[in-house]
Design a binder for this molecule. Structure first.
Ligand code: HEC
Length: 264
């Protein structure tokens, strides 16, 4: 297809469409990735198959397993371990061979780069496998990011803990570095400390448990997204969190609102 034709195709998809179709997460996501014309034409939520079955789980069991696994597997794989160990026990089947450690690289905001907190992609892997629908999975992961960002965490109390910690903090963002940094400042400890490991272990448990709450509701046919999909992109004109001043200070740039190929 010629470039001009591609532009015409994309013009048909306006920002208004995005808002009207706000519930259609995958559609929005694909439309926003400019240039993906062919994808945009067929961008609907779609179902896919997976052998992984879900049965309702006990959040406390999942939380405790996640917590215990953290000290060897770290955030991403400990959340996966929490969910998968319970699913192995209660649902069986394909879960029995699930490679929990294949995702350990997600720790520390992606191999220590401090980007996205690894707990959420950990939960997202399991959420995607069991819900088997692109929109449902995206809506749940979006709700999970809101939960993570706007609650004082961690509030999970493990059994058998050897390390006390005093503070819970609200990150305002799913970014590892900012989240752990705010907590470290409040607790006045270093990153390589037992207290910080304890905090991330408990936080991992919180995220795994919140995933269980959503998945249990979904299993009962009662899950409805709490938050608007792609809220941040639409509200801020750029993929974003809402903690602009954390990085930009008072000089937060206003996004350029004229789209090259999309009508506003
Ligand atoms: C995690 C840190 C961080 C956060 C949080 C953040 N930004 Fe940014 N943003 C950056 C960096 C780094 C750049 C690259 C340009 C720069 O250094 O200013 C950037 C670039 C941008 C740009 C494109 C450059 C421009 O001048 O047009 C816009 C627009 C922008 N940010 C808006 C926002 C808004 C609005 C928010 C809050 C909703 C936000 N940012 C939150 C770090 C951040």
């Amino acid at each position: 297809m010629e470039f001009n034709e591609m532009e015409k195709e994309e013009k048909k998809l306006s920002r208004r469409d995005l808002i009207i179709n706000g519930g259609k997460v995958a559609a929005g996501a694909a439309i926003l990735s400019l240039g993906a014309v062919n994808a945009a034409k067929t961008a609907e939520a779609y179902e896919f198959t997976s052998e992984y079955k879900y049965v309702k789980l006990d959040p406390k069991e999942v939380g405790q397993t996640t917590y215990e696994n953290y000290f060897t597997k770290w955030c991403t794989s400990s959340v996966i371990a929490g969910l998968v160990e319970s699913l192995k026990k209660h649902a069986g089947g394909a879960w029995k061979d699930f490679p929990i450690d294949a995702y350990r690289w997600g720790h520390g905001g992606l191999a220590g780069w401090g980007t996205l907190c690894g707990t959420m992609p950990g939960a997202g892997v399991v959420i995607g496998l069991v819900t088997k629908n692109t929109d449902t999975a995206e809506a749940m992961v979006n709700d999970l990011a809101f939960y993570y960002s706007y609650n004082e965490l961690p509030n999970f109390t493990p059994s058998g803990s050897k390390t006390a910690m005093k503070h819970m903090t609200m990150s305002g963002t799913p970014v590892c570095h900012i989240s752990v940094g705010k907590w470290m400042k409040a607790e006045n400890v270093a990153f390589l400390s037992n207290e910080r490991a304890e905090r991330c272990a408990r936080l991992s448990a919180n995220i795994a448990m919140e995933a269980v709450h959503m998945l249990n509701a979904w299993a009962d046919g009662k899950y409805t997204p709490k938050h608007k999909p792609l809220y941040n992109v639409l509200a801020n004109g750029i993929t974003s969190q809402n903690n602009c001043t954390d990085c930009h200070g008072q000089m937060t740039p206003s996004p350029n609102t004229t789209y090259g190929t999309l009508e506003k």
